[in-house]
Structures are given as C-alpha cells and as structure tokens.
Write a protein that binds this ligand. Structure first.
Ligand code: TTP
Ligand code: CA
Length: 384
C-alpha cells in the first residue's frame, strides 16, 4: 500500500485509494512510496513580505499586494494574486503597476519581517535542532533523527499557519538540492516529495541553470556546447566534465543524477561568518582601510542575518605585503548582527594595528556564533 498522510489533520489515510482523508475529509492527501523514508527538507515561506502584511491587515487578504518601491523602485515581492497579473520580484515598480494597476503597494518593513523570520526559525527548531537557515524565510532541515520526517513537517507547516499567520511550502527529499527543488514545485502551501526512484526522471527536462551553482556564465557556456537540459549531463563522466568545466564539472555530473553530499549545517557547526577583500594596491592608510571595513561589516551583517545567527566576537584579519597574517579578536558585550557594532569594534582593532605596516588584504568576521534570537537586546541598542 502506498504510504500516505493527511496534510490537514495528520491522519494516515486508509488503504483504499480514496481522494479524501477518512478522518477530516480534507482533499490534501500526500501519497508517496518513499514518504516515510525521506529525511531532508527545505522550507520556504510563501510570498513572505506580502504574507506578513496581509496577516496584519485583513482588508488586504483578497487584494493584489506588492511590496517594494523606495529608492530603487523595484518589486521586492508580490502576493500570489498579484502574480496572476505577471508581477514578479525585481520587476521595476512602474511595470508592475502597468500589469496590475489595482495593486496595493506597500513599503517594506524589514524589522517586522526579521521578527517574523525569527519566529518561523524558532518553530523549525522545535522540530529539530538541525536547521540551516539560508535566508530570512528559508531553511534546510535535517530530520534523520527523531522519527519519520513527513508527519513532523506537516505539523510544522500547520503551526506556522496557526501561530504565526503566514504559510510556507515544504520540499521533502533525500538531499538539499532535491529538497529545494521540491519546495518550489507546488507553491503556495505546497508539500512536495521527491524520492530516489523518480529523481533522475524528474531532473531530466529541467534547464541546467536549476543546478545549484550554475550561474548565467556557465549556463551560456554549456549552451554553446549544446547542453541546455539536466538530462544531457546524466550520462556524462564526472572526470570528463571536470576536465572541460573545471571543478564544477563534478558537481554537474552528480547533481544531474540527484546526488548531493552537502550536509545540513547548523549554526553550531559554523565557526564564523566573514568577508574579506584584497586591496588593489597595498596600503598603510587608515583613511583607505576604514571605508573598506565599513563595506565588509555590512556584508557580514547581511550574512549573519541570512543565516539567523549573531556574533559574540569580532575578528579583524590583515595580511601584510610579505603575506604575514595578523588576526585580532575583540569580545562583544552581547551577540550582534549589527553592521555598525561590528564596524566600530573592527575600527578599534585596526587602530592598534595601523603602525605604518602596509597591508594587502583586510577581512572582518563575526565569531562565537549564537542564535539570532539572542542578538542586539533593544535596550542596549537604544542606550548607544
Ligand atoms: P523569496 O523566497 O524569493 O520570495 P517570496 O517568499 O516572496 O515568494 P515565494 O517564495 O512564495 O516565491 O524571497 C523572500 C523575501 O525576500 C520576499 O518576500 C521579499 C524579499 N526579496 C526581495 O526583497 N527581492 C527579491 O528580488 C527577492 C527574490 C526577494
Ligand atoms: Ca519564500
């Protein structure tokens, strides 16, 4: 009998092939031969910013809603109603409004979305500590321990709806690459399962750009070689592909047949989040290095945010003209995600190292990582 699960009440449907759940009559039944064997999931909230705004203003629920505008004048996201008119992320706002003149346009409220993102992560961590956040509304989960994954994920999706008031889509598979593809298959409120038995056939017709790490340049290069679909990579030898395309050739060969050995990396496995750059010409000038530190601090802040982590220390890295490495660490009073806090600590560290030595590389990192929930207590920030 095909294993199954009701997505609304979590009941296991009876053996007959009925279309509805015997317990709650919901039509949202999951059936898949490998349903109770798969352990890697990708969860992605639906139309995230727009969903939060609809939650907070019920008048918007049935309206097309676009979040964006501001200086850059582009769409950050659109709700699924606005998407019916062709509105998409990154579209210039004037074009979005041509396509959907009745849309309600709202400026993003990042602080609110960050807070909601943290709550979603907290619910995920109730299911398993093995959560790897990859952006404000997305994460991988490793559910290989603690019982079958599918029912726990069904319950998680329900809790996100009931307790937070937005929806998410889930992909369940046996590795990160396929779990992410799956979560995208049935949005919004999706739950898609990709098993070992169908991975190869599923991947065959996809454009090569769906392979993780294949960007526009490699896509063009593959196209020049007559390769546009994943299926065309499936019978190729990994070493041949590596000889032609470099190290990514191995990834092409393995991902094409659904093999992805990357593990779900939790915050505790990551040691630091950092950014660095090499100067065009070596320098000893603080006036040159400080603006670079500012930019790097912003990058570290964004990366911490995306990973749902905060740093309890700041590490300055300098490489001298003769390739000697200096690293200096400063502890912080509290864990932070703030680019400003990181920058101030970095500048203080730099002041002590700027002794006339010329440097070729500068980097900044956040160390002693903790969960973002502990970051930047608001009373401390206000006092600053
Ligand atoms: P996404 O997960 O890419 O998109 P989404 O959640 O709005 O919609 P869905 O996943 O259902 O397709 O991005 C998450 C949030 O990040 C999104 O709500 C707004 C923001 N974002 C931008 O600001 N600019 C962008 O170009 C994209 C793609 C997203
Ligand atoms: Ca999303």
């Amino acid at each position: 009998m095909m294993p199954g699960l009701c997505r609304d009440c979590g009941a296991i449907p009876s053996a007959d092939e009925s279309e509805r759940c015997g317990a709650c009559a919901s039509p949202r039944l999951l059936r898949h031969a490998e349903l109770f064997d798969l352990t890697v999931a990708h969860l992605d909230c639906d139309a995230f910013y727009a969903a939060v705004e609809k939650r907070d203003n019920p008048d918007l629920v049935d309206k097309p809603v676009i979040i964006g505008g501001g200086r850059r004048g582009v769409v950050a996201t659109a709700c699924y109603i606005a998407r019916l008119y062709g509105v998409r992320s990154a579209m210039p706002m004037y074009r979005a409004l041509e396509a959907c003149p009745d849309a309600v346009v709202l400026r993003p409220n990042m602080a609110k979305y960050q807070a909601v993102g943290r709550r979603v992560r907290a619910l995920m961590r109730d299911v398993t500590p093995r959560v790897e956040p990859i952006s404000i509304d997305e994460a991988y989960l490793d559910l290989s321990e603690g019982g079958p994954a599918a029912p726990r994920l069904v319950a998680l999706a329900r809790r996100i709806e009931d307790e937070i008031g937005i929806s998410a889509s889930i992909g369940l598979s046996y590795n990160k690459f396929l779990a992410k593809l799956a979560s995208d298959m049935d949005k919004p409120r999706g739950f898609s399962v990709l098993g070992r038995a169908e991975a190869r056939d599923f991947l065959k017709p996809l454009p090569v750009s769906r392979i993780w790490g294949v960007g526009p340049a490699l896509t063009r290069r593959l196209a020049r070689d007559g390769i546009s679909r994943v299926g065309q990579l499936q019978d190729r030898d990994a070493d041949d592909l590596a000889a032609r395309y470099g190290t990514i050739g191995h990834r092409l060969a393995h991902f094409a047949v659904g093999e992805d050995a990357r593990e779900v990396k939790t915050a505790s496995k990551r040691k630091s989040v950092s950014a660095e750059t090499t100067f065009e010409t070596d320098t000893a000038e603080r006036s040159i290095m400080e603006p670079v530190l500012r930019r790097l601090s912003e990058q570290v802040g964004i990366r911490l945010n995306n990973a749902g982590m905060a740093g309890h220390s700041v590490v300055l890295k300098l490489k001298t003209t003769d390739f000697r490495l200096r690293t200096r660490t400063a502890g912080l009073a509290y864990p932070t995600q703030s680019a400003d806090v990181i920058y101030r600590a970095a500048v203080a560290l730099l002041a002590r190292e700027a002794d006339g030595t010329r440097f070729r590389l500068i980097g900044i990192g956040a160390g002693r990582l903790t969960d973002a929930a502990l970051a930047d207590p608001p009373d401390l920030l206000e006092r600053d």
